[in-house]
Design a protein around this ligand. Sequence first.
Ligand code: NI
Length: 208
Amino acid sequence: MGKMKKLPQGLGPVLIFAATLLVALGLGIGIRYLLTGSGAGGIPSPVTIGGPFTLTDPQGKEVTEKSFPGKYLLVYFGYTYCPDVCPTSLGTMAEALGKIGKEKAAKIKPIFISVDPERDTKERLADYGEAFYSGMAALTGTSEQVAAAAKQYRVYFAKVKAEDAEVGYLIDHSALLYLMGPDGKFIRHFSHGTQAAEMAAALEESVK
Ligand code: NI
């Protein structure tokens, strides 16, 4: 029996059975994934993105998902001390909005949600929002409100220690830009690194 000699009698067939079972299980999962398919932007469709949130704007006014009726929302989570990712993402977004027709751009409300309420004061947020795009809502809230909003959008964020002691800390965060419809439903997302022209074309297509 060659190599099988060391195995206790009867174990060979058991191993073959186990291997077959694993392959079948793998196929099953694969087929299930194929059947469920992928939603817009490659995110599996059963995952819901977005939902109710309660935050505060720089004027101290409460803002919820219902505060911009009839508007498409471009939702981005970040923080004003972010050295590179946020400025790049928001710069690209602003550039893309500048490339599309004015009528369509007017239907879109960009929303920046700070995951750093500790440092992002109302004044800081007001300046930050306007610096990138006139009319961008720059929101934050209590830690609990921010965490709840991030959870709705499946956004991950976590404090990390900065090498530069003056900054204190950085925040690792998901860098996805979400396009939500006027009905509050997720339409698609844009990954960090998407080019402005590509984003503009997608916005032209998605915004009716
Ligand atoms: Ni950032």
